[in-house]
Design a protein around this ligand. Structure first.
Ligand code: GAL
Length: 684
């Protein structure tokens, strides 16, 4: 199964990140009471507090957090307890420098910040296992603990590891994968540029090479290795915790970072997934105002869609509640009145059943003095706290939505081999970057809810069959297994839309000597006879389709029909392949496959969505302006429409059927105005 969740949230609720070690004990009780009065019932603690438990090697003490947990218990609140492994203590890194990570150039990442360790150091693994074991033993059955967070944001800040332990572990990973050096040499194509290995000791994690053009097959495996290392590190901790925690207590980790198969991590180690949502990054000073501000904070809906593909009813461990910045980075301004609530509702609209703010109060010391929390340094009540109360009011009204499924009829496929390959192969990266972004924008602007669906080794055709239409933009890497699944999906009635460059590579990232789209050629019934990226001067490439001209940017596969039952839907206009097939369709079983020779844009995607009858499925219920996002969740036959106004001005919407406005409990129909940043939820 693609998505897995062992833990279901009982009811939609609010939490906050709190650091008892940052404040005097006198403040704890008052803080907790103020949280409660704003509707916050859970606090996440301890994820950076190793020294509070093990101040010197092997000396364990629990007094500090025992006392905090006692205060929590008295307040009747709950705690998500973090394992503190993201920040090893100074005594540890001083005595065992081998636990530290290194840059590719061999520069050691020292004590003084965070995430400076490597996953593969046997010493670090031993010391982490010990502290987690101690915490599990001591706190595992504590009645106030409802969940555990492993480490903090695995692969955040640093997602590459080059220590000696990593090289040793990489060799082991490769030995297990390839068994012999001959096989490794073949998979990595080392005959090219005389890279042939004659002993395992000659193999390293990637090192500096000319213009960083290290063997691509090696880098692809290295990326898989990092993912494997992070998952193993996480599993080591979750296996220990499981020995101690009470039934019904969940294990999670937070964030969603690169070089990590988050789906596998969820399946193998966690009960529920949590994400850290900071939509304010859309307003960063460093963002290019012209190019990158498109859809602004709505871009976070794209990330939340990814999170939902891992775990349908996820939690938000850190929800933006103030301006962001470190003392070394000046980032985004304070959320405007209404934005905090809008962003919290954005999370809920996409499937979150728990929303925890980062953080209770802005820290008065350290790197994050500008990463603002709900309260400011002065600790007075403020508009942000008042907004948390409003959000709490919303959560009360939205209780029946807890556990409701997000409803999408269009899916966009992804898989980690292609995600990793697109990071290192610039040609591939350019296609993916453009098509995935544009498909997301198309779905947003046309109010066509979509899901991401990751193809995994254990994916089943039933998961795919839930989507009448699936786009798989540029699966350069295909495998027999994936093709079997996709063919079954089509035969059973699905509509699969493939984009250019499909099937160019095998699982090692090598290009087989077969006509493209390689393993997909049989299903598509057409091959690629010629291809080119759209070069300077040729930007105005079009495909003539159904009497319209639609854009054909970035890359063009020029097609040749091989099977008789293939219909040419569109031909190119422009360049030397003018008039040649660009867009083909083939019926197969109960479904069909479409091959589109270029990348997707919001405009051509719209035309394709219309052609396959998947455009704007709620248009008969509600007409929305582009400024609004539409998300739909359904439970027990009830459909909830989340309409979020991301504009800083009021907008009008038109309800074509009577629906119940959950905020007022009233039936509404016809024209309605949403205030700037206002969310509304309608029961259909
Ligand atoms: C998150 C992290 C938090 C805090 C926050 C602000 O990425 O999990 O610990 O650092 O960012 O920088």
């Amino acid at each position: 199964m693609n998505r897995k969740q062992n833990y279901q949230w009982e009811k939609l609720s609010l939490g906050v990140c709190y650091y008892p070690e940052h404040w005097s004990r006198e403040l704890w009780k008052e803080d907790l009471n103020r949280m409660l009065s704003a509707g916050i019932k859970t606090v996440r603690i301890a994820e950076f507090a190793w020294s509070k438990f093990e101040p010197t090697e092997g000396e364990f003490t629990f007094e500090f957090f025992d006392s905090f947990l006692e205060t929590v218990k008295e307040a009747g609140m709950k705690v998500i307890f973090g394992t503190p492994t993201a920040t090893p203590p100074a005594w540890l890194t001083e005595k065992y420098p081998e636990v530290l990570n290194q840059t590719k150039d061999g520069v050691i990442l020292r004590h003084g910040a965070r995430r400076h360790y490597n996953y593969n150091s046997p010493k670090y693994q031993e010391l982490c296992a010990r502290i987690v074991e101690k915490l599990g033993e001591h706190y595992g059955m504590h009645p106030s603990i409802c969940g555990w967070q492993i480490d903090n944001e695995l692969n955040c800040e640093v997602a590459e590891f080059y220590s000696e332990s990593d090289t040793l572990a990489f060799r082991k990973f490769l030995q297990e994968k390839y068994k012999t050096l001959e096989e490794l040499n073949r998979a990595w194509g080392t005959v090219f540029w005389n890279q042939t290995y004659t002993a395992w000791e000659e193999v390293y994690v990637p090192r500096h090479t000319i213009s960083d053009s290290t063997n691509p097959h090696e880098v692809l495996d290295y990326t898989r290795f990092i993912s494997e290392s992070a998952i193993r590190f996480c599993k080591m901790q979750s296996d220990i915790l499981r020995k101690y925690i009470a039934p019904g207590v969940f294990i999670t980790t937070n964030g969603m970072f690169p070089n990590l198969d988050n789906h596998r991590m969820e399946k193998e180690c966690l009960d529920v997934y949590t994400y850290d949502s900071y939509p304010n990054f859309a307003y960063c000073l460093s963002e290019d105002p012209k190019n990158n501000r498109e859809l602004n904070d709505r871009k976070w809906s794209d990330k939340l869609t990814e999170v939902r593909s891992i775990c349908p009813h996820f939690g938000i461990m850190e929800q933006q509640s103030g301006a962001n910045g470190w003392n070394t980075r000046m980032e985004a301004p304070a959320p405007k009145p209404g934005q905090m609530a809008l962003w919290a509702m954005q999370s809920i609209a996409h499937g979150a059943d728990y929303v925890s703010f980062f953080r209770w109060r802005t820290c008065t010391m350290g790197t994050e003095i500008y990463w603002h929390g709900i309260l400011d340094y002065d600790n007075r009540d403020n508009r942000k706290l008042a907004e948390v109360r409003e959000i709490h009011e919303w959560t009360r009204k939205l209780k029946p939505v807890t556990g409701a499924e997000y409803v999408a009829k269009v899916g966009v496929l992804k898989d980690y081999s292609n995600v990793f390959d697109a990071q290192l192969d610039k040609w591939h990266g350019r296609l993916d970057k453009s098509s995935y972004k544009e498909l997301f924008i198309a779905s947003q602007l046309t109010h066509t809810p979509m899901d991401y669906v990751y193809l995994q080794e254990d994916s089943e055709v039933e998961e795919l069959a839930a989507y009448p239409v699936l786009f798989y933009p540029h699966p350069l890497i295909l495998s027999e297994g994936k093709m079997e699944l996709l063919t079954a999906y089509v035969e059973q009635g699905g509509c699969l839309v493939l984009g250019c460059r499909t099937g160019q590579k095998d699982e090692n990232g090598q290009c087989p000597m077969t006509a493209m789209p390689g393993l997909a050629a049989e299903l598509v019934g057409a091959t690629v006879s010629d291809f080119t990226f759209v070069g300077p001067g040729d930007e105005d490439m079009f495909i003539v389709f159904g009497g319209k001209k639609i854009e054909a940017p970035v890359f063009n596969d020029i097609l040749e029909v091989v099977k008789e039952d293939v219909k040419v839907l569109g031909t190119y206009e422009g360049n030397y392949y003018d008039g040649k097939p660009a867009f083909v369709e083939r019926a197969c079983g109960k479904g069909k496959v479409l091959y589109f020779g270029a990348t997707f844009t919001r405009e051509n995607a719209k035309v394709i969505l219309e052609y396959v009858n998947a455009l704007s499925p709620y248009e008969a219920v509600v007409h929305l302006p582009e400024e609004c996002e539409l998300s739909v969740r359904r439970k027990e036959g009830k459909t909830y429409l989340f309409v979020l106004n991301f504009a800083h001005k009021a907008v009008g919407i038109s309800l074509k059927q009577p629906v119940t406005d959950l905020k007022t409990g009233q039936q509404v129909k016809g024209e309605l105005e949403l205030k700037a940043y206002e969310p509304r939820v309608f029961l259909l």
